[in-house]
Each structure stands twice: as C-alpha cells, then as structure tokens.
Write a protein that binds this ligand. Structure first.
Ligand code: PRP
Ligand code: URA
Length: 208
C-alpha cells in the first residue's frame, strides 16, 4: 500500500515551524497536536457510518454517526503521546492503548518496555501514533505486538517519515496503511531523519 502524504498548504506551513530549531516546546507540542488532527481526518476517510434518525429544531431527518468505540489509538512512548491530544479532541470516545519502546542508540533496534492494549482489538481499527518513522524498527515492532493481540485492521500515523522506514513497514506488513505529513530525504549515519526536526521526544517534552 502506498503511503498517504497530506498535501495541503496549511500542513507545509505548520511543518516549517515544527522543523525550525528555534521553535520552543509549547509551540512544538501545539503543532504536533494540530498536524495529528489533520492526519486523523485523512485516516478516517474510509470510516463506516451508521444510519440514524434525529430531530433537528425544525424536523426529523436521517443522519450518519460514527461508532468511535470501534477505534483504538495506540501511541508509541514517548513521542507518540504528543499526538494523542489532537486525536482525542475529535474522537474522545476511542479506546487508548500504550506501547513503550526506545531505540538502542548503537543498533537502532527498538527495545520494548511496556505494552497495554484495550480489550477486543480484533473488532477495532487500531491507529498507531508516532511522529517519527525513521528506520521503521519501532513501527514494525509495534505492529507485531498489536497483531499478536488480534488486531486485523491497523493504520500508522506519523508526522515525518523516511523512505527507509516506509519501505520497512511496507515490506513486513503490506496491509498497514501509513499516513504522514512529510516524506523526507533519508536517514543520517546515526539514524536521524534528514532534514527532519531532530529528536521528537526531546522537543515535545523539553528534555534536552
Ligand atoms: C523515536 C521516535 C520513534 C523512533 C523512530 O523514539 O519517536 O519511536 O525513534 O525510530 P525508528 O523508526 O528508527 O525505530 P525514541 O527511541 O527516540 O524514544 P522517545 O520517543 O522516548 O524519545
Ligand atoms: N527519532 C526522532 O525523534 N527523530 C529522528 O529523526 C529519528 C528518530
């Protein structure tokens, strides 16, 4: 499945602020949240709606409603939690899981330290959140854990993706649709995305 990239002037504008090294924690966090909301709109384009009948102040009418309960958001700690606010704002009733992992700085392979998913994943669409898709190691490991919990439909939302990470997910899990705001040039020798935005976790939480 081809990765879907948001193509919109507002996204380009927000990305330019996010990438700028002078942007401080508060604004960085706000923009991660805004871009996540935009990614969520795109990812929900194929959502199935239920027919309902409602009454407006004028008359009865047919309408369509989303069963938010059928969705689970699973951010990859830490940085993925920065995307959660923007999604909860528009889908407050979705279930939320967490997967904790960090990259071993030498091997760049992910080390998983926490996993808690909502029950009944086999009947929910799972949306994984992580702002940075670099080598794809974290993404692939998260998808593996979530599939082992029974999930059948999985989407991966990120803000910046490297071609290497997209390829790794597509080669391992071709059924997982990737959504991103930007596809950058490449990874550097220490596994950072170029031009990227630096370390997303540190910039969201102000830890450096
Ligand atoms: C970052 C990022 C991804 C991962 C991407 O997390 O948030 O989870 O790296 O890299 P990959 O595609 O090569 O696996 P990091 O390990 O820095 O942890 P943090 O979110 O706790 O800062
Ligand atoms: N993780 C980040 O936070 N930034 C990168 O560029 C790559 C991985």
């Amino acid at each position: 499945m081809e990765a879907i990239r948001l193509n919109h002037p507002l996204v380009e504008h927000k990305l330019s602020i996010l990438r700028d090294k002078r942007t401080g924690t508060k604004e960085f966090r706000e923009i991660v949240s805004e871009l996540s909301t935009m990614l969520c709109y795109e990812a929900m384009k194929d959502a199935e709606l239920e027919d309902i009948e409602i009454e407006t102040p004028i008359c009865k009418t047919k309408a369509k409603r989303l069963n938010e309960d059928k969705y689970a958001f699973i951010p990859i700690l830490r940085a993925g939690t920065g995307m959660l606010d923007g999604l909860i704002e528009i889908m407050p009733n979705a279930k939320i899981g967490h997967i904790g992992m960090y990259r071993n700085e030498e091997t760049l392979e992910p080390v998983r330290y926490y996993y808690k998913a909502p029950k009944g994943l086999e009947n929910r669409e799972v949306i994984i959140l992580d702002p940075m898709l670099a080598t794809g190691g974290s993404g692939v490991d998260a998808i593996t854990a979530i599939k082992e919990s029974g999930a059948k439909k999985i989407k991966f939302l990120c803000i910046i993706a490297a071609p290497e990470g997209i390829k790794r997910i597509q080669d391992t899990y071709p059924d997982v649709q990737i959504y991103c705001a930007a596809i950058d040039e490449r990874l550097n020798e220490i596994g950072y995305i170029v031009p990227g935005l630096g370390d997303a976790g540190d910039r969201i939480f102000g830890t450096k």
